[in-house]
Design a binder for this molecule. Structure first.
Ligand SMILES: C[S@@+](CC[C@H](N)C(=O)[O-])C[C@H]1O[C@@H](n2cnc3c(N)ncnc32)[C@H](O)[C@@H]1O
Length: 287
C-alpha cells in the first residue's frame, strides 16, 4: 500500500506532465467532453447571483459555463493543482470578459478552504477519483461550502462501462518511453471510484450528508478523424508525456496503434461514439 505522501507527490508530478496535452486539446475537451459533466451541471442548477466552486477545473471550460449561469453578481471559482492549466484557464477566459470568474492554483487536499469561501455549491467533473487522499480533499470542499451547501459531481464508473478509456494508452505504450506507475486498488486513477459504496464512504467521512450516487451513461461523439482522435486520447492519458517526448516515428506508430484499438468505436464516415459510464454524485453540507 503506497503512503499518501508518495501518492500526492505522484499526483502532482503526473498533472504537471499531463498539462501540455490538456492545454493543447482544451477546446476539444470542452466540446467532446461536455456530456461527462452535463448530469452534474443539471443537478447543480446554478442560479444567478450564486457563488460556486469548480474542483479540479483543468483548463476552465466548466468554470466559465458556471460563470455564465451565475451572471455578473455571482462568482465561479475554479481550483486546480496544475499551475500551467490554471494559467491556461485564465488566458482562455479573461476576467474582464467574465465578471465573477476566478482561477486558483491549489492542492484541494492540503488547504483549509478554497479562497473565496464560503460557496453556495461545488461542482466537479471527473476529478474526485484522482485525489491521493479523497477524504481530505472532499473535507476541504465541505469546509468551503456554506451550511446547507450542495455538491454535484461526476466520476467514472468501472473500465467495463468505459472500454475506450485505456485503448489509446495501451496502443501507444509499446512505441513511447516509460509510463507513470499504473494505479493499484484504491490508488488515484480513473476507476478509483468505481465502487459506489466507496464514494459514499469517502463523502460521509468528509462530513457530507444526503449523499446520492446514481449511474449515468452518455456517449462522447468525436469526429471521423482517426489520427486526431488517437492523439487527443493519448495526450489526455498516462502515455501523454512519453508520447510528447518520443521521436516523430514513435509518435506516428503510437497514433496508428491507438487508432487500431479505437477502431471498434468508429463508424467510418460518421465518427466515433465512445460509451462513457459515470456516477452522478450529489451531497449536502449540514444545515
Ligand atoms: C481528469 S482532469 C478533469 C479536468 C476538468 N474537470 C475537465 O473535466 O475537463 C482532473 C483534474 O483534477 C486536477 N487535480 C487532481 N488532483 C487535484 C488536487 N489534489 N487538487 C486540485 N486539483 C486536482 C488535475 O490537475 C486535473 O486538471
Amino acid at each position: 500500500m503506497t503512503d499518501t505522501g508518495t501518492l500526492r507527490a505522484r499526483n502532482a508530478a503526473f498533472w504537471t506532465q499531463a498539462a501540455p496535452g490538456w492545454i493543447r486539446h482544451a477546446d476539444r475537451q470542452d466540446e467532446i467532453g461536455r456530456p461527462l459533466g452535463a448530469a452534474a451541471m443539471d443537478e447543480l442548477r446554478p442560479r444567478p447571483g450564486e457563488r460556486i466552486l469548480d474542483v479540479g477545473c483543468g483548463c476552465g471550460g466548466t468554470t466559465a459555463d458556471i460563470a455564465a449561469a451565475v451572471g455578473p453578481h455571482g462568482a465561479a471559482v475554479g481550483v486546480d493543482l496544475a499551475e500551467p492549466m490554471v494559467t491556461a484557464a485564465r488566458e482562455r477566459f479573461p476576467g474582464e470578459r467574465h465578471p465573477g470568474l476566478r482561477f486558483v492554483t491549489a492542492d484541494i487536499e492540503t488547504i483549509d478552504a478554497v479562497p473565496g469561501a464560503p460557496f453556495d455549491a461545488a461542482f466537479s467533473r471527473m476529478a474526485l477519483m484522482l485525489l491521493a487522499d479523497p477524504v481530505a480533499g472532499c473535507a476541504t470542499i465541505r469546509r468551503s461550502l456554506r451550511p446547507g451547501g450542495r455538491l454535484a459531481a461526476t466520476v467514472f464508473r468501472d473500465g467495463g462501462a468505459n472500454p475506450w478509456l485505456p485503448a489509446a494508452t495501451l496502443g501507444a505504450a509499446p512505441h513511447v518511453g516509460t509510463l507513470p506507475p499504473l494505479p493499484i486498488g484504491d490508488e488515484p486513477g480513473p476507476f478509483a471510484f468505481a465502487d459506489p459504496a466507496r464514494v459514499r464512504r469517502v463523502l460521509t467521512a468528509a462530513g457530507f450528508e444526503v449523499i446520492a450516487v446514481h449511474p449515468h451513461d452518455v456517449t462522447l461523439d468525436a469526429p471521423d478523424e482517426p489520427e486526431t482522435v488517437a492523439e487527443w486520447l493519448i495526450e489526455m492519458g498516462p502515455a501523454g508525456a512519453a508520447y510528447r517526448a518520443a521521436p516523430p516515428s514513435g509518435q506516428a506508430a503510437a497514433r496508428t496503434a491507438a487508432a487500431r484499438l479505437l477502431d471498434r468505436f468508429r463508424e467510418p464516415g460518421t465518427g466515433y461514439r465512445l460509451p462513457a459510464g459515470h456516477w452522478r454524485i450529489s451531497a449536502m453540507t449540514a444545515p
